[in-house]
Design a protein around this ligand. Sequence first.
Ligand code: AMP
Ligand code: MG
Length: 409
Amino acid sequence: MLAVEDARNRVLQEIVSSPESETVPTADAAGRYLTEAPLARVGSPAFDNSAMDGYALRATDLGDDGGELPVAFTVAAGDDPQALPPGACARIMTGAAIPSGADSVVMQEKVTALEGRARFGERPAVGSNIRGSGEDVHPNARLAEPGERISPITVSALATAGVGTVRVARRPCVAVLSTGSELSDPGEPPAPGMIYDSNRFALLAMLRQIGVEAVDGGRVPDDLDLLRASMDSAAQYDAVITSGGVSVGEFDHVKRILEEKGEIGFWKVAIKPGKPFAFGRLGGAYFFGLPGNPVSSLVTFQQFVRPALIHWMGGTPVSVRVSAMAGSEYQRPHTSRTEFLRARLQWDGGRLVASPLTRQGSGMIWGMSRAHAYIVVEAGDHGFQAGDPVVVEPISDWCSFGEPQSRGE
Ligand code: AMP
Ligand code: MG
């Protein structure tokens, strides 16, 4: 059986990262992967401007203990001011361009406004309260690098530098199919022997979270011909994700169809939960066969599919791991697989404490929904005692650490 790391590397090696590029407005670019470095059209700030509401002046026009100057004019944000006459000051607002000739701004709280004049108590240092042109970024600077995922903050930096559009990787189109004759959709009346499909909705949502175009391929019963037809039509997309039907049960047809219509790269990984994970090709599409158990399907998505699709878009997938202290013990007899224990995190006495949930079954999706993070127990490890250091990987990028323990477990 392949180790988790080896399986992930196999997937990354197999997937060719040469996505086509497209141009999108900066306003819509958050979450997309850059294929070209955007260059600043203007510096930031684009021109010297005032950091305060106050008075712009030449420092040398004041003595050591200040003095009085006539107010020549007022500059508001957005104005293109005239030059400052010698021996005068200008009323100026935050963000307004510094008039040529002025070299400092005194905040208005330190100035006594008189009729047409202003009195200053001291001489400011040259440059005070001026945001200098280009002090954050220079014109033509590379604002970000190819392969980078554009964050909302990068959107702000791009907009500031006047960049209206960016070149980004085309989003892959990924179809999600649920297999299983026992599945119905939530909202339908409960029926004997039937369960509600949950994997499809979670997988579609996770795909959208990583900036992929997710296509709902629906649910397919465990019927060889129906499944063959559904997988055939899904093969038109860049990638196909199925859940269920990859084990060794009598109605687990996914593997068989993959053998017929495509090729199996590997099947089975030394991961818990999620051993029966399959990767391969289905026609021209990359194929990911996830196990049906809800926790297993989401863990394998996060460990294998997410990095694969980020790599496809030209990004560099990284798993964020931090060290924490175990809040309770966990021991296991079998150590052949890397285990992703669902855990809650708490910031306690200046330390991050990770406590494994009691609900660790691979069908216990509600339990998982209460978790913040995985505690990663490597193959070969028997577990840990309370107080031991453990390796923790966040389950989502919006996990909050300090939440009270009263909710969920
Ligand atoms: P399978 O891998 O098809 O043998 O399914 C393993 C377990 O996961 C079974 O208990 C299935 O009923 C359940 N399961 C399969 N697909 C789904 C799904 N889409 N949503 C929720 N549970 C599922
Ligand atoms: Mg099944």
